[in-house]
Write a protein that binds this ligand. Sequence first.
Ligand SMILES: *[C@@H]1O[C@H](CO)[C@@H](O)[C@H](O)[C@H]1NC(C)=O
Length: 246
Amino acid sequence: MVCLISPPMFKNIVVFLIGSVLNASLEIMLEKENRDYGDTVVGSFLDTYHNLTLKAVMGYRWLSSRCRDVQLLIKMDDDVFFDVRKFFTRYWKRVGNDRKQKALHCLVWSRAAVGRAGKWKVEKDIFADSSYNFPYCSGFFVVISPDLIESIYIHGRNMDFFWIDDVFLYGMVPASIGGVHFIQLASQKGMLVENYDDLLWCRERYSHEKCSIWAALTSKDSDFDFEYSALLTPDLLRTGKHIPIK
Ligand SMILES: *[C@@H]1O[C@H](CO)[C@@H](O)[C@H](O)[C@H]1NC(C)=O
């Protein structure tokens, strides 16, 4: 998690949210990290995939107490390509103030089916309905208006945990807060895409300058690396390894 403090301090704080680990040598390394850099926030839960919701609520607790007065909060996964400049110039500066309050900007799902198989399998005794009766954000990239930070923490802390973190934090919790605006960033000519091929297609179709996409979930390291290198060396987009797709 990165906390950017506004002027006059101009200080960036990076902290790592972790739970407890069972591996002793990993535990020792984490303690060393904290001794040397003091940059870990450690929760009293086992650090597992199914406990991600606990980690996220802990993150909101940290934000509420230690990173106040933030201008903007973005939650993104570490395999997302994000063109910060394009985001601000093409999107954020054009967003009206009414859409910057109690708002979540993301890829919004409405009445999504509850998964009954695979990685996100949800047992019927946990969630009986066949679809979620509230909108929620895909968790790979979410812009959260800072006025929601404290209420996400307070509501999240007091609700029964649901292990799918994006459904919980960006669905159940906002439903409990009430009056939260969901702003859809995925549309025909989207700005945020879940499928990396959509970014390739968009650049091919409209050219890099005109393509409106500024964030994409990548599926392999080489695509991720390519995109960030191309930010520094735009020529790569012309000469790069990517073969135009049909
Ligand atoms: C989550 O953390 C708690 C507390 O450490 C632990 O008892 C539980 O097994 C963990 N859950 C999962 C699914 O890992």
